[in-house]
Design a binder for this molecule. Structure first.
Ligand SMILES: C[S@@+](CC[C@H](N)C(=O)[O-])C[C@H]1O[C@@H](n2cnc3c(N)ncnc32)[C@H](O)[C@@H]1O
Length: 397
């Protein structure tokens, strides 16, 4: 499987400073998003912020008939991949998504003054796609409550400056839903039906949650390890490595094994190789892998001196130490150059490397020294912390 739609457009390194020009895989996140063309088939897939573009490409590649409608990112919260699909249930196969929502209503512009609250109330009262959204909810989460009487709750996220508080907007939307004539709606704390209202400056997106917490959890994850990567982020990194059937995939700092396992779920490969210097991390990886995902080899090693031959692997996908929970920035200054040299040695010509770290500035320095120009750099937020994902291909050495 080779992802289509991986558009690389010119851009700059994230953060301050000039630096050499690299290329982004994403449109400029600061650009003003276009108004949505709404329809009842719109489903919103939540990701970690910055990974919405990867989720869209995953859907276009793996879900028949899926179409991109737009993308939004709410810093520190989540990315939103807006897709049009015939069957919402098909999106539960997406590994880069953490949660699914169906569009219920949309308004732009919503006034920034008090009159915006009245607009929001009316929008919720007359939301045109509630019926379709509830049917899709049953499709995605069979057995979820439906019927004439429904308890609901409203969650609100906002960005931008408005004259009203978030809680005022929440109350206005609650009131609008309670006034609807289609059912007997009752606001309740532990309600099953969740309306999520996202106000991005002057754009209000009202959606109904389709999935539950099970979507973001993975049943393979029996052993947890501090610093263990969020499965949806691991899946996005694996997807960015452009999976191919003959891949020999290496995660040299594999922790609990999340990246290798997510790669296995994306399609065929020749071999998975993982290692970590910490025996406890390896024990967690072995427990998570169990008897599945063969052929796979997990070994204890120092990633700076890998017991592998030159050019032995075709993909390296890894989450580098960030120097926060373990290690430090000075440690990384010593470690990263050794890791990069070793990764280049074991990677076959034409191979691809996908690396994630919060050490963006250090990576920029090292890439400049080594004359590596990443094919793509994604600025992401993982559980509130800013990081970058670098995608580098080694064509010539
Ligand atoms: C950021 S975590 C990676 C977590 C992993 N992706 C996961 O999902 O669990 C970094 C891992 O690198 C390991 N590590 C740090 N320095 C290492 C080195 N020189 N060689 C091998 N492993 C190392 C740590 O033990 C830790 O498990």
């Amino acid at each position: 499987m080779r992802p289509r739609h991986l558009t690389l457009v010119p851009g700059k390194w994230p953060g301050r400073g000039s630096g050499r020009r690299a290329r982004w895989a994403e449109p400029d996140p600061r650009a003003r998003a276009q108004r949505l063309k709404i329809s009842p088939e719109i489903v919103i897939a939540h990701t970690q912020p910055g990974l919405e573009g990867v989720a869209i490409r995953e859907a276009l590649n793996r879900i028949a008939g899926a179409r991109e409608i737009g993308r939004r990112s709410i810093a520190d919260r989540n990315g939103m991949a807006l897709l049009r699909v015939e069957r919402a249930q098909s999106l539960t196969r997406m590994r880069c998504a953490e949660d699914l929502f169906a569009l219920a209503a949309y308004l732009r512009p919503l006034a920034p003054d008090q009159s915006g609250l009245e607009q929001a109330r009316k929008l919720a009262r007359n939301a045109p796609f509630v019926e379709t959204a509830l049917a899709r909810r049953l499709e995605v989460t069979p057995g979820s409550r439906s019927g004439r009487r429904l308890d609901f709750r409203v969650l609100v996220r906002t960005t931008g400056v408005h004259d009203y508080r978030r809680v005022d907007l929440q109350k206005a939307i609650e009131q609008g839903i309670a006034e609807r004539g289609d059912r007997r709606w009752r606001a309740a704390e532990n309600a099953e039906v969740e309306f999520w209202a996202t106000l991005l400056d002057d754009e209000l997106i009202l959606a109904i949650r389709l999935s539950d917490d099970r979507m973001r959890q993975r049943d393979y994850k029996v052993a947890h390890f501090p610093g263990s990567l969020r499965p949806s982020v691991a899946a996005a990194m694996a997807f960015l490595s452009e999976p191919a059937d003959d891949d020999v995939v290496l995660d040299p700092l594999c922790g609990a094994g999340t990246i290798l396992i997510e790669r296995a779920h994306l399609g065929r490969y020749r071999m998975l190789l993982g290692g970590d210097r910490d025996p406890q991390a390896l024990a967690a990886a072995r427990e998570n892998v169990g008897p599945r995902y063969q052929p796979i080899a997990l070994r204890q090693w120092d990633a700076a001196t890998l017991p592998l031959k030159d050019g032995e692997v075709t993909r390296i996908v890894t989450n580098l130490p960030w120097g926060r929970k373990s290690g430090s920035h000075p440690d990384n200054r010593r470690l990263y150059p050794k890791l990069l040299a070793e990764f280049r040695r074991v990677l076959a010509p034409g191979g691809l490397m996908v690396l994630m770290t919060s050490e963006t500035r250090l990576m920029r320095e090292l890439f400049q020294e080594c004359r590596i120009v990443p094919g793509a750099i994604l600025a992401v937020t993982v559980l509130g912390a800013s990081a970058s994902i670098f995608v580098c291909r080694f064509d010539a050495r």
